[in-house]
Design a protein around this ligand. Structure first.
Ligand SMILES: [Mg+2]
Length: 254
């Protein structure tokens, strides 16, 4: 009897990584798990708000090339994806693209003026009190710097009034590490649907298992035309994800 094919969807930050000084670091146990899943030829998709570039160049730092090529990335909530060796951006209207550009500028100016900050755009945390903007291709990400009092709540105070003006087009997704701004219809659900379509063209996967550390990640389980079970992992407790993966790979009941 051949084993039923199962698939895995993972949020990245806080699910596959722990945070050290505001930096997201992958756990070695998890790398082993991903390797085991690959050897069984079960599909894996990363469903993240992070950019493809960050995942490929920072998160995958300690991952071998075979695994790096095996795992597609559905980045920026599925707006920019990486699979079969190339990057594919979701087509979005020119007006929306322009709106995002303008909102980014408006928010940056408002925060910088109010908090007397200089903008700083990089994947790497600044070593001074600055407005840390994480590079993204389509969505917008302002990172928190709690060390300098720049918390989610404080960033939201400047961002919310601006984004509210475009409530039909844009939404805010906050977490302790960042405030994300993205198109209203973009979500972990749409990203998971894209991942499932891409990873299981023959519809051979009988069940998907999705892992995340926030309620936003739960949206993966609402993906249409697929059976997706969601596991909520306490933020940064990667050991928990590891134990569940082990159990599922051993064929134990969920
Ligand atoms: Mg997360």
């Amino acid at each position: 009897m051949t084993r039923p094919k199962i698939g895995f969807l993972f949020d990245v930050d806080g699910t596959l990584t722990t945070f050290h000084a505001n930096d997201s670091v992958i756990d070695l146990l998890i790398i082993n798990d991903l390797e085991t899943i690959r050897k069984l030829n079960f599909p894996i998709g990363l469903i993240t708000g992070r950019s493809v570039q960050w995942v490929r160049n920072y998160f995958f730092n300690h991952v071998n090339d075979t695994l790096k090529e095996y795992i597609p990335v559905f980045g920026e909530f599925g707006l920019v994806n990486w699979y079969r060796g190339k990057k594919v951006r979701k087509r979005i209207k020119k007006e929306l693209r322009e709106l995002l550009r303008n909102v980014k500028k408006e928010c940056t100016e408002a925060i910088c003026e109010y908090r007397e900050l200089e903008p700083y755009e990089s994947y790497v945390q600044p070593d001074q009190r600055k407005l840390w903007i994480e590079p993204k291709e389509i969505m917008i990400t302002f990172r928190t710097l709690p060390l300098y009092g720049l918390t989610t709540e404080k960033l939201l105070r400047n961002i919310e009034p601006i984004v509210k003006e475009y409530a039909n087009e844009l939404k805010i997704v906050p977490n302790p590490y960042a405030v994300d701004i993205l198109p209203i219809k973009t979500s972990k659900k749409t990203a998971a649907e894209k991942a499932i379509r891409t990873l299981d063209k023959e519809k051979a996967v009988t069940k998907w298992f999705a892992f995340g550390d926030s309620e936003t990640d739960r949206e993966m389980s609402y993906a249409k035309n697929a059976d997706v079970k969601f596991y909520k992992i306490p933020r940064g407790v990667t050991r928990e994800a590891h134990l569940i993966i082990e159990r599922l790979l051993a064929g134990s009941p969920e």
